[in-house]
Design a protein around this ligand. Structure first.
Ligand SMILES: Nc1ncnc2c1ncn2[C@@H]1O[C@@H]2COP(=O)(O)O[C@H]2[C@H]1O
Ligand SMILES: Nc1ncnc2c1ncn2[C@@H]1O[C@@H]2COP(=O)(O)O[C@H]2[C@H]1O
Length: 444
């Protein structure tokens, strides 16, 4: 990343601070840059296997990384450099276990602990299809870093150009404002507008947008009809459109095997657009008639990545570090991220009270809490990445303890229905770790 990027990032941070007025500015800055870094590493990391197959090295030489002076970067045995988060040793969840087992293990655990930063790095790429909608490459000049000779080895539909990765483009609203991009206009009839409005009212992501963004998206969506068996998306292709289902059922296949299905109001096709990665699944029309509303890649990135999707990405970065969720796929993690709501508590606040009915499950994003039981006192201390509130939801019991904020605590909460629907394999882990069945633990 060059100087202009740093300036843009700092400007963006400044705007965020002014808009959000965080109580703990340093923590906010740390979170901001940590999330950016993690997104960037995650994006590259997803492409590592393909890059290796093409004989390319995506990750920088360890010496280069060290020279960048990213806090706590270290390396061992030539493996992926280890990145220490800005929370450093005080972060109870920065143990970096994934590092010791090598890259593939780290990836499968959802832990992206390497720093992939590299000054001026940009690989030539063969995914021209991704930029066919008038954007052109965000950076025309080709910085040095990887030899041009490598470019023809990159498989089609593989994006190794970090300059168009989600972290570089999505989190860079200034670039959006400066260029000549204009959202497309669909010129729908009144009847079609009403049909679309009905579909959008059922779509979770759309409902998160502000009114202006809603209007832009509604004006840009185009209607596409499919017959049963039609392939809407093919696994491995480059991403062109994001889809919202207006009518019918869509089946998803991974490597030819049926994986899941979605119905009216659901959306799909976001992953390839978010990460500039190949399509992760094949989507096929499963009912007689399927109507989808398609949003072009550029409008998707400009509008959705600036708002809801940024929030989602921030949550995803955080959720990647929550140990109990390590069994979730990226898709499951995205869905979970969409359903989370942020709540802030001050020192002394009782986030849940023993004996009360339980409605929510909580992940701690920031701060620490004491778990207090009547007659026993403090039984546990919880910190960033820990969770609580599962016992009441899993067993339909009143809250088994009080959880009190020890400082400013930010939690991501999940309602009861999301808890059972979206935690997937993590529910079994939660059950097996029921703290009411465990012996007393240290509260220090
Ligand atoms: N299990 C799954 N893994 C990956 N993608 C899925 C899955 N189920 C549904 N999908 C959707 O299928 C889409 C295929 O294209 P994308 O990778 O852009 O985005 C993907 C998701 O929206
Ligand atoms: N020893 C413990 N006993 C009861 N609850 C605990 C204990 N340790 C941690 N907790 C958490 O405190 C939460 C209080 O609300 P729940 O009973 O829903 O879920 C509980 C657990 O998540």
């Amino acid at each position: 990343m060059g100087k202009p990027y740093a300036t843009e990032a700092l400007n963006e941070l400044q705007r965020e601070i002014e808009a959000k007025d965080p109580a703990d500015v340093l923590q906010f800055c740390a979170n901001f840059f940590n999330a950016k870094l993690e997104l960037q590493r995650a994006s590259l990391w997803r492409q590592q296997a393909k890059a290796e197959a093409a004989g390319l090295t995506l990750f920088p030489d360890v010496k280069v990384v060290t020279n960048l002076g990213v806090g706590g970067v270290s390396s061992a045995n030539g493996r992926q450099p280890s990145f220490k988060s800005p929370f450093g040793v005080n972060d109870p969840h920065s143990t970096h276990e994934g590092d010791t087992a090598g890259p593939s293990s780290a990836a499968s655990q959802g832990l992206f602990k390497g720093s992939f930063e590299r000054q001026g790095e940009s690989l030539h790429r063969a995914d021209k299809g991704l930029d066919t909608q008038g954007a052109g490459p965000p950076n025309a000049s080709e910085p040095s870093g990887t030899s041009k000779d490598d470019s023809h080895n990159i498989p089609v539909a593989f994006n190794a150009n970090r300059r168009t990765s989600v972290s570089a483009e999505a989190l860079d609203p200034d670039r959006f404002k400066q260029d000549s991009w204009k959202p497309p206009k669909n010129n729908l009839s009144e009847a079609q507008k009403n049909e679309l409005a009905k579909t959008l009212s059922n779509n979770f992501l759309f409902n998160q947008l502000d009114n202006q963004s809603k209007r832009t998206v509604a004006d840009a969506l185009t209607k596409k009809s499919f017959k049963q068996g039609d392939e809407i998306i093919r696994q491995g292709d480059a991403g062109d459109y994001f889809y919202i289902i207006g009518k019918g059922i869509v089946d998803f296949y991974i490597n030819g095997n049926h994986n899941s299905s979605s119905g009216e109001g659901s959306s799909f096709g976001e992953l390839a657009l978010m990460y500039n990665s190949p399509r992760a699944a094949t989507a096929k029309a499963a009912s007689e008639e399927v109507i989808c509303w398609a949003l072009d890649r550029l409008t998707f990135r400009r509008i959705l990545l600036e708002g809801t999707f940024n929030r989602r990405l921030m949550y995803e970065a955080f959720l990647t570090d929550v140990k109990v969720l390590s069994g979730l796929s990226n898709q499951e993690r995205s869905k979970l991220a969409d359903a989370l709501t942020t709540e802030i508590y001050e020192k002394g606040d009782k986030i849940v009270k023993e004996g009360e009915k339980g409605e929510n499950f909580f992940f701690i994003e920031k701060g620490s809490c004491h778990v207090i039981k009547e007659g026993k006192g403090v039984v546990k201390k919880l910190g960033k990445g820990d969770y609580f509130g599962e016992v009441a939801l899993l067993n339909d019991l009143p809250r088994q303890a009080t959880v009190e904020a020890l400082d400013t605590v930010i939690v991501a909460t999940l309602g009861k229905s999301g808890f059972t629907r979206l935690l997937g394999p993590a529910v079994e882990v939660l059950k097996s770790q029921d703290p009411t069945h465990q012996t007393a633990q240290s509260a220090n």
